[in-house]
Design a protein around this ligand. Sequence first.
Ligand code: AGP
Length: 608
Amino acid sequence: MCGIVGYIGEKAADSVLLVGLERLEYRGYDSAGIAVIENGELEIRKRAGKLKILNEYLREYPVTANIGIGHTRWATHGEPNLENAHPHFDNKKKFAVVHNGIIENYALLKEELIKEGYYFNTETDTEVIPHLLAKYYKGNLEEAVIKVIDRLEGSYALGIISEFHPDKIITVRFGSPLIIGKGKNENFIASDIPALYNLTKSVYYMEDGDVAIITKNDIKFLDSKGNKIKRDEKHIKIEDRGIGKSGYDHYMLKEIMEQPDIINNIISKRLKGNDILFTHLRDLNKEYLAKVSRVIIQAAGTSWHAGLVGKFFIEEFARIHTEVDISSEFRYRNPVIEGDTLLIAISQSGETADTLAGIREAKSKFIKVLSICNNIESTIGRESDAILDIMAGPEIGVASTKAYIAQLVSLLLFAIYFGRLKWTLDEEKIGNYLKELTLLPDKIKSILDKKDKIKKIAEKYSNANNVIFLGRSYNFPTAFEGALKLKEISYIHATGYQAGEFKHGPIALIDENVPVVCIATKEDIYPKMISNIQEVKARKGIIISIATEGDTEIKNYSDEVIYLPKTIDILSPLLNVIPLQLLAYYIAVKRGCDVDQPRNLAKSVTVE
Ligand code: AGP
């Protein structure tokens, strides 16, 4: 999604802004720009493409200023070109604005402004904002901003500067995240923590409807009507794990390789013997959870796949009926939810607009919400009744890997914790599951040690145009996740199916050019999976099997076999996804794709 930064202080604003934008590159973008006030004049520098192009342009056309705002744009309205890049400004170039979100009523506003004589240079929704500022400005910038936001519908995080007020930045937050960093004789704004982390550890998390007036020595907050409000200063706790590739070629590979440590970290923080410890369950105390009779999980993308696995965990260990919804569907289906329903929202970023909307829908029906999140200070984290921090550290690669594994481990521990409250689990069985969980990091390490073999297989099939992933039972979500990983970073069309469903139509896709990745580790459904593999083989499909060490039978039906250590059936998704992550990674690298920032994608989709 778009990235916003801002600076006011004594340093060179352009340098601070560019470093901040670089730290937000992981969010995905297609153009970038900054606006500064130099000698009382508004100066704009923006370019299509990556930040290095803007950097080169600034070397040619430098600016000298101590106040500015910057933006990386992920196009929603209008092509990803120079004109549509932010910042946007009014016809007299007195106001500059950067925006993350969507102004849903921009067309009406644009029509009104054109009738009043304002002319537009871009196709963006954002451009209505500087023209509205010019329309309502009567000498007081804050008052003008309040009048403008009263006209806006949709979601917006805004950074605003004006030539009339070279000593302040105004920020607004409604629906898209914005954080203010507090420094010594300097202050900052950013869409996300990584852009601030090397500058300050003191921050303010803006809430929806907040307006902030930021000078170099002061930060004031107003509500959307202009009344003074207070926001608490917070200290950034996250470990600076996500910044820097630690010698790997890409963040994604680094994050894949981090997964054993991530699981060990969760175990060290959440398991004391066989006791499971959660710290932010707040209102979701044991008495409340003991009364829950139904669970709805809602999430998007990879997090939705984690939810599909989570359903197996909760129904197996707590014997509670669990439904799994895609967030963008859940929020509009007027779900039947009663008082004893628990909503679980899964979101790595904690800013996904659809998932946030789902939470608000549930809360409007007085349903308690547990969020499983990688950022407890995120909007989703702060609007939930309880949070389960997956503790994966900042995930920079757009394609989610370590967060997925951390979500699965967190869901597993929650399901066992929940099952204990429901008295549906015997302690011996729990002990076996938790013991096996502690063995998974080493088992994952043994799979990662095979990465060169997996790389060879990946490169062999990197020219495929279509790839199918098949899985059954606990691993049909794994098949979905493997397909998403491949398509989102290699741009190959890939689809995951429940293997039993494949013969009901999709098998028509098979011919000698289609690799089919079959998750056929030794679980109860293994014989059924072998039948599905044979059905594909009979139609000349290329079979890449994910199998259990020691299984020699599967070789008879496979073109390639990737062997994994044995584990308990229901925990196998935690192992089976690892080779699929590596297959996707190496195929994308072989195809020369931008692995960490794939085209068209954003790390956090904060618009509908
Ligand atoms: C995962 O690889 C994708 N980048 C994407 O599907 C992601 O999982 C989805 O947008 C949900 O994001 P969230 O977990 O931050 O809510």
